[in-house]
Ligand binder design. Structure first.
Ligand code: NAG
Ligand code: NAG
Length: 162
C-alpha cells in the first residue's frame, strides 16, 4: 500500500518537473544595464530559461539557466566570476557561487581575444534567499582584473512553489 502511494507520488513529482521544463521557455533579456564605468558592447545576447518576461521570476528551491553570448575583449587563462544582488545601494554576493570561470561555465580556456563564447550558469535560488526584486550583477573578469563582461539585470526572487 505505502509502496504504491510512494510510486505514484514519485511519478507525479517527475511529471511535474517535466511539465515545468516544457512550459518554461527561454527569454532574451532586453533590460541589460552596464555596470559602473562599464561597457556592454561585447555582449551579444543574454538568455534566461525558464523565463517568460522581465523581470524573470525565480522561485526559491529552483534554478534558472543563464546564458551570455559575448566576444572576448582580452586573452584570459583564468576568468573569474562574481554574481551579486544590488539591494538598495549595497551589493551582496550570491551564496554558493562557483567563481572559477573555466569550470562548468561552457567556456574553453584560455579565452582568446576576438572569439565568440557562450557562458552558461545555472543560478540556484536557495530557500533562505530574501524574497525581493533586485538587480543582479554578473561580472566575469580576466587575468588583470579587467572586466570581460559586466552587466546588471533585474531578477525577482519568489516564494517557493508548493
Ligand atoms: C568585477 O569583479 C572584480 C573582482 O572579481 C572587481 O575587481 C571589479 O571591480 C568588478 N567590476 C565591476 C564593474 O563591478
Ligand atoms: C592572445 O593569444 C593568442 C594565442 O596564444 C596570441 O596569438 C595573441 O597574440 C594574444 N593576444 C594578445 C592581445 O595578447
Amino acid at each position: 500500500m505505502n509502496k504504491i502511494i510512494l510510486t505514484v507520488f514519485l511519478q507525479l513529482a517527475i511529471l511535474s518537473l517535466l511539465f515545468r521544463d516544457a512550459l518554461g521557455g527561454t527569454f532574451i533579456l532586453k533590460d541589460i544595464r552596464p555596470c559602473e564605468n562599464g561597457d556592454i558592447s561585447q555582449i551579444k545576447e543574454v538568455r534566461v530559461t525558464p523565463c517568460d518576461k522581465e523581470p524573470c521570476k525565480i522561485p526559491k528551491r529552483s534554478s534558472v539557466l543563464m546564458e551570455v553570448d559575448f566576444i572576448a575583449n582580452q586573452n584570459s587563462t583564468k576568468p573569474k566570476l562574481s554574481i551579486e544582488a544590488k539591494i538598495t545601494d549595497v551589493y551582496l554576493p550570491f551564496p554558493n557561487l562557483k567563481p572559477d570561470g573555466c569550470n562548468g561555465k561552457n567556456l574553453q580556456c584560455p579565452l582568446l581575444k576576438g572569439k565568440s563564447y557562450t557562458f552558461q550558469y545555472n543560478l540556484e535560488v536557495l530557500p533562505y534567499y530574501p524574497t525581493i526584486t533586485a538587480l543582479a550583477k554578473w561580472n566575469l573578469t580576466g587575468d588583470d582584473e579587467k572586466d570581460i563582461f559586466c552587466f546588471l539585470a533585474p531578477v525577482s526572487i519568489e516564494p517557493a512553489q508548493s
